[in-house]
Design a protein around this ligand. Structure first.
Ligand SMILES: Cc1cc2nc3c(=O)[nH]c(=O)nc-3n(C[C@H](O)[C@H](O)[C@H](O)COP(=O)(O)OP(=O)(O)OC[C@H]3O[C@@H](n4cnc5c(N)ncnc54)[C@H](O)[C@@H]3O)c2cc1C
Length: 177
């Protein structure tokens, strides 16, 4: 990627967001490269189409994750939803868990609780930003921090007719020892 060009974005006092002017988008290029590299390594197992449901705890220690299959690829490689009621929980045992399930800017209930001002704004986050990992971690006693720190961008959209967007920081939590 050619990252020689920097753009001046909202809140910047000088151009400092480097982008690939010839495409693709930097974020998707990083994700694609990481995903390709992960798939090349037999020591890494990837469970696609699975939704995290809970953390498995034994004696006060997290020893795995429970997930359920929610989607699978069809013959053409396209994703299709599966009947979750027919699926059973799958336990993946592990020594450590890193939750990377994103923030909660699409969850009005959590926004009202932690950042009432942001709850009244539209969001640029996708519908998956529900804070599910947060709730799952809290359910096993995780300590959470900085949930009131919601990033708000002032943006006007003549098409969508909103003048502000709320977009959440990513999940902040400290797993209880
Ligand atoms: C419109 C917009 C523009 C942005 N532009 C920039 C930018 O230019 N530069 C920049 O640095 N940052 C940008 N950001 C911020 C950046 O996208 C986020 O900070 C980043 O994506 C957060 O990464 P994450 O991995 O923590 O969470 P996410 O990228 O939100 O990933 C979380 C993933 O977890 C999945 N998930 C959620 N719950 C479950 C569950 N129960 N089981 C399984 N999976 C689950 C979700 O489907 C999702 O795929 C932008 C954000 C938005 C909304």
């Amino acid at each position: 990627m050619d990252l020689s060009k920097a753009a001046l974005l909202g809140g910047h006092s000088f151009p400092r967001s480097f982008y690939n002017s010839a495409g693709p988008n930097v974020g998707s290029a990083i994700m694609l490269a990481l995903s390709q590299q992960a798939r090349l390594r037999p020591s890494i197992s990837i469970l696609e189409g699975h939704k995290l449901k809970s953390l498995e705890v034994q004696g006060g220690t997290v020893v795995g994750v429970n997930s359920v299959k929610v989607a699978e690829r069809d013959g053409q490689g396209m994703w299709r939803a599966v009947d979750v009621a027919e699926q059973s929980l799958e336990l993946v045992a592990c020594d450590a868990v890193v939750l990377a399930t994103g923030g909660f800017a699409a969850n009005k209930e959590l926004l009202r609780l932690h950042s009432p001002v942001a709850a009244g704004l539209a969001t640029t986050n996708g519908p998956s930003a529900q804070g599910e990992g947060l709730a799952i971690a809290q359910a096993v006693g995780a300590e959470v921090v900085h949930l009131d720190q919601v990033q708000v961008l002032c943006v006007r959209s003549p098409v969508l007719a909103f003048s502000n967007m709320a977009c959440c920081r990513t999940l902040s939590l400290i797993l209880a020892p």
